[in-house]
Design a binder for this molecule. Structure first.
Ligand code: ZN
Length: 249
């Protein structure tokens, strides 16, 4: 409780606060982390590959049907709802207490909760585009087997090209504009709250090096590589921690 109070104090004093979140922010909405132990096991058992391989640019090009089967069955959680963490962050932004949310998740739950300034490092599964003509499509479009070759590979109804999700696959570069905006947001932050990530996943740890502000706060159930440089470490679920904190503001 004292730690939650301390976090509330940090937020009240900061003129520029940024939240950086990982998979842990979404798991509390029931979205499984495909990098978790059970995620790794399931991918290997059901699809015969690691998640990294299944979500790689090379497999996408080589075996699009396998890619889309794994992607649709494991990375789309259309009915997931924002949890206490998403709701708290949206509320902080509304009150002028949070300047940006940076996320490694692709589920759009921050926007669903009402956050406006969201930097999606790995893209979003709510956006799709045709590789041939660039036309954009909805998530519903690619889910509907009627729009898909063999019921699985989405095809553009304008030109017949393949439609892909606007997400960053392994082996693909991040969007430059998003990376630049993220680096700037972190560099300008006075308070940086990092939650739901072990910071092991590229490019999280590297981007945090841009932080030159006053206080770094880590909220994660397990230890992270940045614990020692943090002013405050909260070993709790991100939803519980932020939910509790909102009661103090
Ligand atoms: Zn097209």
């Amino acid at each position: 409780m004292t730690q939650i109070k301390e976090l509330a104090g940090f937020i009240q004093r900061s003129k520029n606060t940024v939240f950086f979140g990982g998979a842990g922010v979404s798991t509390e909405s029931g979205i499984p982390d495909f990098r978790s132990e059970s995620g790794l096991y399931a991918a290997q058992q059901v699809y015969g590959n690691s998640p990294e391989e299944l979500l790689s640019h090379s497999l996408f090009e080589r075996e699009p049907a396998l890619f889309f089967r794994y992607y649709k069955e494991n990375l789309i959680a259309k009915d997931a709802k924002p949890n206490a963490a998403h709701i708290a962050l949206a509320e902080l932004e509304k009150r002028g207490l949070l300047q940006a949310v940076i996320t490694q998740n692709i589920d759009g739950l921050h926007q669903a909760a009402g956050s406006k300034n969201v930097l999606e490092l790995h893209g979003s599964n709510w956006r799709q585009y045709c590789l041939a003509c660039g036309v954009r499509f909805s998530l519903e479009y690619i889910i509907d087997p009627a729009n898909c070759k063999d019921g699985i590979i989405p095809v553009c109804d304008k030109c017949g090209g393949m439609v892909r999700p606007d997400v960053v696959l392994y082996g693909e570069g991040l969007d430059d504009a998003v990376v630049i905006a993220t680096a700037r947001a972190i560099a300008d932050a006075e308070l940086l709250i990092v939650g739901g990530t072990s910071l092991a996943v590229y490019p999280a740890a590297g981007l945090l090096r841009h932080f030159a502000g006053g206080a770094l706060v880590l909220i994660n159930k397990s230890e992270t590589s940045a614990d020692r440089s943090a002013q405050l470490v909260i070993r709790e679920s991100i939803g519980a921690a932020l939910g509790e904190m909102m009661k103090l503001l």
